[in-house]
Design a protein around this ligand. Structure first.
Ligand code: AMP
Length: 284
């Protein structure tokens, strides 16, 4: 595996691969790789000739009071994992290269990037969308792999790719969870033992919602009330929001129909965690 730190080198390699007819599968990450990232890498490996992974802790998607400085950066460990997984190129640029002096261009998606997590983290999705567009222009992927765990992010990326007529296939992979149900996340490492235990309520609340829908519940407010009540029983956990929306438009639903996305975000101690599930209501 080659570690590439310069943008022109990565572009040169990507162009040469494209010219020789190789299909590039791309997995953008911020590193601190876990089982969720691995499932994306493995799927990319299965579907393409060459896998490129990027590791870049992107400053423009962090708010001024967020954890950019202390975000975990175990690069040597990540490099080992990528080598073992058969990644061909690890793109690992520096902030100054990605955002040189004079940088002024941002990508925004109206109506989707400013709701839910976007509302609570102003500028977050603008940062995500901008860096992903930059990375697409650098890595020139045929397919790019994202996790369902960050549901709003993948909806935004799909929208941009469609709106901008980009020739990248966006593939979204199901959320990988710990044995007990907690969605894997690089931020789980910040949790104390007690918080780790209480964080379970997030996935349990989603399981409860699924059960309610299976029993015939179709009122979104009932699901939200159940999630709120479950979370309230845990002292370390503060629900930021729970929303029941249409999976492609992110419009809130009152009555459940079609493919329904239940989103939640919470603070567990000082750690912000998100989780979600999709329920195909018409199939149940
Ligand atoms: P991050 O390094 O947190 O920016 O995540 C990089 C990619 O991995 C994103 O597309 C995430 O949605 C995806 N990802 C993160 N956690 C998980 C998970 N538990 N299951 C599946 N994909 C994930």
């Amino acid at each position: 595996m080659k570690v590439i730190r310069s943008i022109p080198s990565m572009q040169h390699i990507a162009r040469a691969l494209q010219c020789s007819g190789k299909r590039i599968g791309f997995v953008p990450t911020m590193g601190a790789l876990h089982g969720g990232h691995l499932s994306l890498i493995r799927r990319a490996k299965r579907d393409n000739d060459i896998v490129v992974v990027s590791i870049f802790v992107n400053p423009t998607q962090f708010g001024p009071t967020e954890d950019f400085q202390k975000y975990p950066r175990p690069f040597m460990q990540d490099k080992k994992i990528c080598t073992k997984e058969g990644v061909a190129y690890l793109f690992y640029p520096q902030v100054i290269q990605m955002y040189p002096q004079g940088f002024r261009t941002y990508t925004e998606v109206k109506g989707i990037s400013d709701v839910y997590c976007g509302k609570l983290r102003p500028g977050h999705f603008r940062g995500v969308a901008t860096v992903v567009m930059k990375l697409f222009h650098i890595v020139l992927p045929n397919r790019a792999y994202f996790g369902q765990k960050d549901a709003q992010q993948s909806i935004i990326i799909r929208r941009i790719v469609k709106d901008m007529n980009m020739q990248v296939e966006v593939v979204v992979i199901p959320t990988i969870r710990e044995r007990d149900g907690l969605a894997m996340s690089s931020r789980n490492a910040y949790l104390s033992d007690r918080e780790r235990g209480e964080a379970l309520v997030l996935s349990q609340a989603l399981v409860a919602c699924r059960g309610m829908v299976r029993s015939g519940e179709r009122r979104a407010r009932r699901l939200i009330a159940r999630v709120t009540a479950m979370v309230r029983e845990h002292r370390c956990v503060k629900l930021e929001y729970c929303a029941v929306v249409d999976v492609s438009t992110m419009q809130p639903l009152q009555r459940l129909a079609g493919r329904v996305l239940i989103l939640l975000a919470a603070r567990v101690g000082n750690v912000r965690l998100i989780d979600n599930c999709i329920i195909p209501v018409s199939w149940l």
